[in-house]
Design a protein around this ligand. Structure first.
Ligand code: SAM
Length: 353
């Protein structure tokens, strides 16, 4: 059974109806949960200018989960909708990369597929495919086969979020990453709200209490979730405001690395140093790993073991040089301060350096 008596398939059919029939374009939304608050960087805006207008009109994302520096990689988009982020990723991975979009709503996929050939002629190659299915069951995708998973405002809509995270972990290669934006609440909502058709459809009702999300992520193997950025959500509709009361919602872009055996529950100091090479397109001067690690190009930065693994042993490895190993342990990493970050790390030390 799903939340509050509705079973998972009922919740999924209501969500399908919402995205397949109720909403026609972004302007039909009753909150800004499915609207991106932070403007994407210039390189992404330049690509967006080439994406067909119908694909853009049916964009319902809440962040910008579009990593750069991913040439040649295989990207999977969970809940791709009309495909906006797949179209952008298609350009970012280039002709030697691949993009697969998965969504359960036929009307959304129809739009994604309709413009794919025209877009392929615009960019000069075809590397996208779209699959109808649910993100709780990715059995069509082999284990350890995906470099980067992206997703934009979708996991909250799932009636079985642990299954989604487990599947994401399964299909990622070691060193792969789940880089995604979603909505989180500052509390657990009453059951009635978690099954309210409009609140769920608007990406609010199903939003996880953020601490519960972190527990699930760690349990499936994503040991050290990192926040990249976040923006508050504005519930615009007066009836929905009345329903949610004092609960507050935020759109957050998380980075979850699959690095089995390399991520620890706390940040440990092995004296490792990471240097960013300045090679991620559009990020010549600095690279933002998360909200408290900004690597200036060429500047050595003392990092904890987890951060060293994230930049050295993941798909990011070609963009960094990491020196040192884990042969000598110097104790807990002093994570109240990050050498090239501007400010003290907020929120204490657990898995944060
Ligand atoms: C808020 S929209 C976001 C779409 C797209 N990511 C974008 O940014 O425009 C949510 C999408 O997730 C899809 N979806 C929701 N739950 C799903 C599930 N359990 N399995 C597969 N797709 C799902 C819906 O069909 C819809 O297209």
């Amino acid at each position: 059974m799903g939340a509050g008596g509705k079973d998972a398939s009922q919740i999924q059919s209501e969500v399908k109806e919402y995205y397949g029939e109720t909403l026609a374009t972004t302007s039909d939304l009753k909150t800004n949960a499915c609207c991106t608050a932070n403007a994407p960087p210039k390189e992404i805006r330049d690509i967006l200018a080439k994406v067909p207008s119908e694909v853009i009109a049916k964009y319902y994302g809440c962040g910008s989960p579009l990593p750069q520096g991913i040439e040649g990689l295989h990207v999977l988009d969970l809940g791709c909708g009309s495909g906006r982020d797949c179209y952008v990723a298609s350009k970012l991975v280039g002709p030697t990369g691949r993009v697969t979009g998965v969504d359960m709503t036929p009307q959304q996929l129809e739009v994604a597929r309709k413009h794919a050939d025209e877009y392929a002629s615009t960019i000069g190659y075809a590397n996208m495919s779209f699959v109808q299915g649910t993100i709780e069951d990715l059995s069509a995708i082999p284990d350890d086969s995906i470099d980067v998973i992206i997703s934009n405002c979708v996991v909250n809509l799932s009636p079985d979020k642990p299954a989604v995270l487990k599947e994401a972990y399964r299909v990622l290669r070691n060193g792969g990453e789940f880089y995604f934006s979603d909505v989180y609440g500052d509390r657990r909502l009453p059951k009635a709200l978690t099954q309210h058709k409009i609140l769920v459809g608007e990406c609010i009702g199903g939003a996880l209490y953020e601490q519960d999300f972190l527990r699930i992520a760690r349990r499936v193997g994503f040991e050290d979730p990192r926040v990249l950025d976040s923006a508050p959500i504005d519930v615009k509709d007066p009836q929905l405001i009345e329903l949610v009361g004092e609960a507050k919602f935020t759109s957050v872009t998380y980075r979850l690395f699959k690095l089995p055996g390399l991520l620890e529950s706390l940040c440990e100091d092995y004296g490792q140093v990471a240097v960013y090479k300045g090679t991620v397109p559009g990020h010549r001067h600095a690279y933002q790993l998360d909200d408290h690690h900004r690597f200036e190009t060429g500047r050595p930065m003392l990092v904890c073991g987890n951060s060293a693994a994230m930049v050295g042993d993941s798909w990011l490895g070609k963009h960094f040089t990491v020196s040192g190993d884990r042969s000598t342990h110097f104790g807990l990493f002093p994570c109240h301060f990050s050498p090239s970050a501007d400010a003290p790390t907020p929120g204490g030390c657990a898995s944060c350096c």
